[in-house]
Write a protein that binds this ligand. Structure first.
Ligand code: UDX
Length: 439
């Protein structure tokens, strides 16, 4: 099939390369010339395990190319819209500017019989509005909503082997046609029995925001338990293990710590609340405000803990922050809990050094006020406290004895419950973590 992918950020670039891997002829289109140049040279503009290899092999087959010219979408019959929907400045609502302009500029390249397939995360009601626009400007063209559930760090795997396919379709015969076209796009994924949910626009849009809200709620639930554990001396890690054995609950997404960040969960729950308000149903989602609050409180608690171990004041203290990406195996620092904590520590007078195996360049670009260094040892040199704020494997593997020789004071604050407490304590470290007893 001939496919265009509009928007070559994280979602779009991975989608485009994956669709070529499935055997389709794909053009990825973006307004950002440097990004397109990099992609065309098989250079990933972001860190994602396995992506650059996939990009290289897909480009080599000749089935994938990139362009800044929307007219190049003219040959395609299925057009995936993969642009971002960031949070509006100073508001909770999603900013739909990019989705709207992508669809508007695509109109000139659309032909009757083409399918526009939205993948971006949008407020419920957006697809119906865009469908009206598409159908009125290009009679015979159709629109479907086909949300994406990829996780950063697993983007290639999640795109090529998704755990479900969700199609939000128009009513009537167009719906049948659109479904058949999407089934053809995903033929090899459908063939292995991947569950499909075929539904209307509103449900498809909500599947995505509901899924992310559920995940955020699960994390904040265990982090609320961590607050109680701190008050009672109980251990949140063991608590999570114990409740996680109940398969109705499950152990995944019950890792207590610094909480969620990144380009999706925080903005999606806020946009969902804003949309519920617009629809007159805000009461339904007031709990998400608490989910957000619990999440943000963990960052403050982490700073308090650092102040506590530094004898009550951070002024003039040397603090090492290990980890800056919002999660491991990613260089993404959008709404990074780690950097938020690093900045708060600095504001309270600490001399902060930050390190991350992948996000160094991003820190230097976006947070020039922070002192970014390359290795944990450089960060921790003569430090009064070390904070692990993103659970990279490299930090789990640190040798507490050797690392203890670098620091000024052996004080380890494990913001992700990632380290083996007993090993660190045995090596003479003071070990503190969120939701767990001091070691
Ligand atoms: C998320 C969804 O998982 C994905 O399905 C959706 O398509 C996009 O949003 P992503 O943002 O890549 O994906 O990251 P995810 O792995 O979900 O982690 C989100 C945040 O939650 C990270 O900051 C992570 O550190 C935190 N987290 C996750 C926890 O604090 N505890 C956990 O138990 C799990």
């Amino acid at each position: 099939m001939k496919i265009s992918v509009i928007g070559c950020g994280y979602l779009g670039a991975v989608h485009a390369a994956s669709m070529a891997e499935l055997g389709h002829d794909v053009v990825g289109i973006d307004v950002d010339q440097p990004k397109i140049d990099a992609l065309q040279r098989a250079k990933a503009p972001f860190y994602e395990p396995g992506f650059e290899e996939l990009l290289g092999t897909s480009l080599a087959t000749g089935r994938l190319r990139f362009s800044t010219d929307m007219a190049d979408a003219g040959d395609a019959v299925v057009h995936f819209v993969c642009v971002g929907t960031p949070q509006k400045r100073g508001e909770y609502a999603a900013d739909l500017r990019f989705v709207e302009s992508a669809v508007e500029s695509l109109l000139a390249a659309l032909k009757p019989g083409d399918l526009v397939a939205g993948k971006s995360t949008v407020p419920v009601g957006t697809a119906a509005r865009l469908a009206e626009l598409v159908e009125s400007k290009v009679p015979g063209a159709m629109l479907a909503w086909n949300p994406e559930f990829l996780r950063e760090g697993f983007a290639v795997q999640d795109t090529l082997h998704p755990d479900r396919l969700v199609y939000g379709l128009p009513a009537g015969p167009d719906g049948e046609t659109a479904r058949a076209m999407l089934d053809e796009v995903y033929a090899s994924i459908v063939a292995v029995g991947t569950p499909q949910v075929v539904t209307d626009y509103a449900t498809a849009e909500m599947v995505k925001t509901a899924a992310n809200s559920f995940l955020a709620t699960k994390i904040s639930f265990i982090n609320a338990m961590a607050e109680l554990c701190e008050a009672t001396g109980a251990d949140v890690k063991q608590l999570a293990d114990a409740i996680g054995h109940d398969d109705r609950i499950g152990r995944k997404f019950l890792n207590a710590g610094l909480g969620f960040g990144g380009g999706c969960l925080p903005k999606d729950i806020r946009a969902f609340m804003a949309r519920a308000g617009e629809l007159g149903a805000d009461q339904a989602l007031t709990f998400l405000r608490e989910v957000d609050n619990i999440n943000m409180r963990r960052r403050i608690r982490m700073v308090e803990l650092a102040r506590e171990v530094c004898d009550g004041s951070l002024v003039g203290k040397r603090v090492a922050v290990l980890g800056a990406a919002f999660k491991p195996n990613s260089d993404d620092i959008r709404d990074s809990p780690a950097l938020n904590v690093a900045a708060q520590l600095q504001l309270q007078g600490a001399a902060v050094r930050v390190t991350d195996p992948a996000a160094g360049d991003n820190i230097r670009r976006s947070w020039p006020q922070l002192d970014a260094v390359d290795t944990p040892e450089e960060a921790a040199e003569r430090a009064d406290a070390v904070l692990v704020l993103t659970e990279w494997q490299q930090y789990r593997d640190l040798d507490p004895v050797a690392f203890g020789k670098v620091v000024g004071q052996k004080r380890m604050l494990d913001g992700r419950n990632a380290l083996d407490r007993d090993r660190w304590v045995a090596a003479g470290w003071t070990y503190r973590a969120l939701g767990r007893r001091a070691g």
